[in-house]
Design a protein around this ligand. Structure first.
Ligand code: SF4
Length: 364
């Protein structure tokens, strides 16, 4: 893997900065502000995306806020209207899902991802603006999806990874009705400044137990476990070098005002005296494909610094073939710059994950 591809496989759109929840670990800086995306921004993005989608087998447009449903059905429908040949996805906290939203999902063929952290006590950090737990509202939204027969994936944040938790967590999601689960160990990112230097043995034990739980009843996909098993299998047959894509996906994130941040959606909305606002341009004055092409063919500023960091990873980290250098935002929010290497995110979500899966394989 070297450099950044000039064509993405998906884009992330911010239909509004607003979120109706106020989760304790949230990284978003403007989630209390109701700043919707103007339709002209979506029109400009679609002009490039539709060409990319026509040339690709699959191309996704991921609507991710704030809370994307807080934009309202009328606005979200208008923002989706100019796109052709794409798969639409929403990542939602589920609290606003009702029959009308389910009809919207069906009409627009939207893939739904729901954020929930497990049973009520483990979802307790997902709270509304009054500080009250949102669990019951989330479960009502999920029940509505199930009633309408709408498939959904789940995304879970784990703030205290340890063995003893993983099996219960897996069983909760296995029985929730989702078809897939992604697990994010909490990250120190954006406005979430909580340190995430968890005990390494506990984190590794968490992943070890999770893979064991999944293998004993693999009814749903578990993103991290399957990726790690795939990599470990490739390592065994000597094809590990072929696991990662040849280049990084640029992952353009388009803010509600048209600014484009590449590589790490978590950088959107932040600025730094050294790096400016991290944006590579604005779709209201430059076509998106041109913004991406310029930033990837001749990278400069923080993107060039990040690529230096990725090369440092390649030269120093034995996990590079599995990880590929991870995310720019973790380096920035943990180190204050982009050319460092090892972060707590590396330890929690790459190194201990792979080692936990290997522990399980050795013991079975
Ligand atoms: S685990 Fe961390 S140090 Fe290793 S390759 Fe990934 S980002 Fe780099």
């Amino acid at each position: 893997m070297r450099g950044v591809a000039a064509v993405p496989s998906y884009v992330i759109m911010q239909p509004t900065t607003l979120c109706n929840l106020d989760c304790a670990y949230c990284y978003l800086p403007h989630r209390a502000l109701d700043q919707p995306m103007a339709p002209v921004v979506a029109d400009a993005v679609a002009a490039s995306v539709n060409d990319w989608a026509a040339a690709a087998e699959r191309f996704s447009v991921v609507w991710h806020g704030g809370e994307p449903l807080a934009a309202g059905r009328e606005r979200l429908g208008r923002l989706m209207a100019p796109f052709a040949g794409v798969e639409h996805h929403v990542q939602t906290n589920a609290t606003l899902i009702d029959d009308a939203w389910c009809a919207f999902f069906a009409e627009h063929d939207v893939r739904v991802g729901v954020s929930i952290d497990g049973p009520a006590s483990w979802t307790a950090q997902r709270v509304n603006r009054g500080g009250r737990p949102a669990y019951d509202q989330i479960m009502r939204g999920i029940d509505t999806l199930r009633r309408h027969g709408i498939r959904f994936a789940a995304l879970c944040v784990v703030s205290a990874p340890s063995p003893g938790l993983a099996r219960q967590l897996y069983e909760f999601f296995r029985d929730l009705g989702c078809y897939a689960l992604g697990i994010n160990v909490e990250e120190q990112e954006g406005v979430n400044t909580r340190g995430c230097g968890f005990d390494g043995e506990a984190v590794q034990g968490f992943w070890r137990e999770l893979v064991g739980a999944w293998r004993s009843d693999p009814r749903i996909e578990v993103r991290e476990v399957e990726w790690a098993l795939w990599y470990a299998g490739a390592e065994l047959v000597g094809t590990a070098d072929t696991v990662l894509p040849r280049q990084l996906d640029p992952i353009p994130t388009i803010g509600r005002d048209g600014r484009v941040v590449l590589l790490s959606p978590e950088m959107a909305g932040f600025s730094d005296p050294r790096y400016g606002d991290f944006s590579s341009g604005n779709v209201l004055d430059t076509p998106l494909h041109e913004i991406v092409r310029r930033a990837t063919v001749t990278p400069d500023g923080w993107i060039a610094e990040y690529l230096t960091g990725v090369e440092a990873c390649r030269n120093t980290c034995q996990y590079f073939g599995f990880c590929g250098g991870a995310h720019a935002a973790n380096r920035y929010f943990e180190h204050g710059r982009f050319d460092g290497t090892l972060t707590n995110h590396c330890r929690n979500s790459k190194i201990h994950l792979l080692e936990g899966v290997l522990d399980h394989a050795r013991a079975s």
